[in-house]
Design a protein. Structure first.
Length: 213
């Protein structure tokens, strides 16, 4: 099996010294990569530069990424290799990028580094580039698994978002987790849900699921 795993957070720059990012250690993606590598699979892991997890990573290739656009460019390049069986997109990418920085008067500021003595700054955030909806275009023959990490709302609402992701992004499965879902993970496919108690159980089930194709 030749598989791609993405993990850890992306970031979007505020200036050349500061950035906005997500809370993500990369631990889950590392665990998945290691479990797949232990089965003898050819694993490439794209790991966010800001991932804090220091667990050993056993993938054949480990490639760092920074922003959403950087990850997208590297995925598109890897797609050109061909032969991919699956893409597991577990990275926690930024939903927003910094479009403009305004001073207290509402005037736009441009600088390689903003200073606190300049007073209060206002960040104007715009939606960041989405990667998951583009994976089917890049990897038309691969099985694609997305993630939905939901903190707010009811369990039913969390599942609704997982079903919506499946339809909108044309993925084969969506892994749902977070406080809105509860402990563990749910692997959502059209017409079925598989509950996994922890990351070890999740990796084992995903491996069997892919091998059964």
């Amino acid at each position: 099996m030749k598989v791609l795993v993405t993990c850890g957070p992306s970031y979007e720059p505020i200036d050349q010294a500061r950035r906005v990012t997500n809370f993500s250690t990369g631990r889950l993606g590392i665990a998945l990569s290691n479990a797949f590598a232990a089965r003898g699979w050819d694993v490439t892991c794209l790991k966010g530069e800001q991932a804090m997890c220091v667990d050993p990573l056993q993938a054949r290739r480990v490639l760092p990424f920074s922003t959403n656009d950087d990850l997208a460019a590297k995925l598109a390049a890897l797609a050109g290799e061909g032969g991919w069986n699956a893409v597991f997109h577990a990275a926690a990418l930024c939903d927003f990028r910094v479009e403009r920085v305004l001073d207290e008067r509402g005037e736009e500021m441009k600088s390689p580094k903003f200073f606190s003595r300049e007073g209060r700054l206002n960040l104007v955030l715009a939606p960041a580039a989405k990667v998951l909806p583009r994976l089917r275009e890049w990897f038309p023959l691969a099985r694609i698994v997305g993630w939905k990490y939901e903190l707010a709302g009811t369990r039913g609402e969390a599942f609704d978002k997982a079903w919506a992701q499946l339809a909108e992004c044309r993925t084969d499965a969506c892994v749902l987790n977070g406080a809105a879902y509860g402990s563990g993970f749910a692997v959502c496919e059209l017409g079925s849900v598989r509950a996994c108690a922890d990351s070890e159980a999740l990796a084992a089930w995903l491996a069997r699921w892919l091998e059964a194709v």
